[in-house]
Design a protein around this ligand. Sequence first.
Ligand SMILES: Nc1ncnc2c1ncn2[C@@H]1O[C@H](COP(=O)(O)OP(=O)(O)OP(=O)(O)O)[C@@H](O)[C@H]1O
Ligand SMILES: [Mg+2]
Length: 453
Amino acid sequence: MSNILIIDDEPGIRTVLSDIIRDENHQVFTGGDGFEGLGILKTESIDLVILDVWLPNMGGIDVLKEIKKEYPSIEVIMISGHANIDIAVKAVKLGAYDFLEKPLSLDKIINLIKNALKMEELKKENANLKNAVFMEDEMIGSSDSMQAIWTRIKQSAPTDAKILITGDNGTGKELIAREIHKNSNRSKGPFIEVNCAAIPDTLIESELFGHEKGAFTSAVARRKGKFEMAHGGTLFLDEIADMSLNAQAKVLRAIQELRFERIGSEQSITVDTRLITATNKDIAAEVKAGRFREDLFYRLNVVPIHSPSLKERSGDIEELVQYFMNKFKSYNGTSKKIISREGLDILLNYNWPGNIRELKNFVERINIMTDENEISVETVKYYIQEDTKTSTIEENEYTNLRLNEAKDKFEKQFLVQKLKENSYNISKAAEIMGIYPSNLHGKIKKFGIEIIK
Ligand SMILES: Nc1ncnc2c1ncn2[C@@H]1O[C@H](COP(=O)(O)OP(=O)(O)OP(=O)(O)O)[C@@H](O)[C@H]1O
Ligand SMILES: [Mg+2]
């Protein structure tokens, strides 16, 4: 039984539809115009809306837009007269499930409702699945090094001490930072993350400190920086060692005083923010090499936490595998798969260059790709080898090239391949690659590609 809302200003239509829908054992709600209908949506848990295209006060299209904005998973079936079928078509483009044309046909109504409800159910299921899969991970592991990390987290979280987390890619640095926040007195405040490697040097100051309207050409409105957004909470500066020396100088003062100015403003802002930083680089070596400011390093490194590679805590592998197997089981129905003992032994002895992220990806893939309930050692080997292949990609023909050289090399190989596939027919190859023949001619000349006729 579902809850179905009919929005139509003609009492006759409302009655006819209500009777049909009740006969199908659904509960019916009715509204005489858009406002009344939207009011019902606020208070009742509606599964499906049947909406007239032409309504007094607020048009059907506007009501549809509002429904799709506020309740995206609810399906909407439009009703239209012959005269306004173009509006019904527009409605479908805006996300309505389908439309019914007046005069209403009983079979059609029942069928459409059935299908729309099914669609909605699928959508909801899908959203639940996604939530379960993308939900933040718990921190798993009981090895000595994991326990040492937990102890550090518990000790340092309630203080405001700055924490520097180091460790290889995929070892869980971000997860540790989130745990510190969760276990601190600031847990109700925001956790704001900045990936310093992803922000161009010219924008980092504005990203961190914000700017006033008109401070520079693209500053069309006043904008808060991440330091301000993290007020009352935690600011997590990830990949800190990738910040340029220039940017480091600018953040040094803000980091030590928690005081700064928005770009284009003289007024100092003081914030109450806890700072956690992380890097996968050997930051002490970066200091020695003159790429990271020593004074900044000492300011940040009050409480160091090192997240060891998975190889160094292989005692956690089995527990992690079980945890992720459980997490990803939903992909293939509810029955949980297991990995055979021999398969597990392979995983325990593998060296996991991508660490926990790689292990998580491996478990996800194996859950999607195999139907075996007990995953065999052959299957494990097969998918682990695939991982090995991709993780050694660093050592290949592109290894010592600059970006331009690598691009050229790839482009030439690609062109030769496409030309060969098309028996050196230049117009055809160009069309397939989506470029002009004249352009392809130019490239053939540039790369000295031999045309075999
Ligand atoms: N102890 C753990 N238990 C369960 N899942 C974990 C654990 N550590 C990390 N993960 C998961 O592994 C993935 C990688 O972790 P995270 O992003 O924290 O690593 P990272 O060290 O920040 O990596 P990078 O240096 O590449 O940014 C995430 O999906 C995270 O949830
Ligand atoms: Mg990270």
